[in-house]
Design a protein around this ligand. Sequence first.
Ligand code: PAF
Length: 282
Amino acid sequence: MQTAHTKEELRSLLAPHRGSRIVLVPTMGALHAGHASLLTQARELAGETGTVVASVFLNPVQFDNAGDLATYPKTPMQDLETCDKCGVDIVFMPSADTMYCSDRSITMEETHLSTVLCGASRPGHFAGVCLVVNKLFNLVQPTDAIFGKKDYQQLAILRRMVRDLDMPITLHGAEIVREDDGLALSSRNVRLTPEHRAAAPAIRRSLLAAGKAYGEGASIADICSQVRAELESIPGVRCDYVELVDAVTLHEVTAPHRLALLAVAAWFGDVRLIDNIELSRS
Ligand code: PAF
């Protein structure tokens, strides 16, 4: 495995691989089993002749909350080990100064899918994600990129970016990896108090129950208020949103037969957790 810290190093490490399938997995580090699964899928997709590139970059531009950025876990040495074990060929680990010019003045804004769910409560977040992913796409020039479905809205927005800007890249959505008790893996889980860690699997349980109710024809309003009530019955838990939306447009479900998404963001103390479930009605 090779590591690049600058854009020039990355370009020269990639030069011999141009023309082969290049699969990119962008991450912000603090890699856990969910990321390992993305990296392993990237290795499978690239095969023996292709190239797997992982980026490890804690992108300051996508944080709307300075405290969240400051407390975001950083484990660079373990991240390199994880990448190596998962068969990554090249790791790109730039500093913020390397990545961004101090007088940068171009922004990237998606204006429809970003206005709801996490976009409504985290102003500027998805513009920061689109900017950094766009830069990574330009630097790596991958044929494929893999993103987890836990950040479902992020994946939908990036799909829109690739479509609207004619980027010649195939995006792959990877299933959510969970703890045995159902909690979706997240770099933020380590910051939960023991009580909140024990209570957090309620998110998955309430989403599964909601999925069943949706299949049985329950109303969207009832489904969302049931999930909210269940989560907010836990001391110190407050829902940011519980919404059932169209899985592609992320707006109101207008055609019941289309794939829907039930998405939740909830504060467990000062840790914001998200999760979701795809739902269909026959
Ligand atoms: O999902 C993430 O970890 C980040 O938003 C991403 C895609 C690596 C961009 O910084």
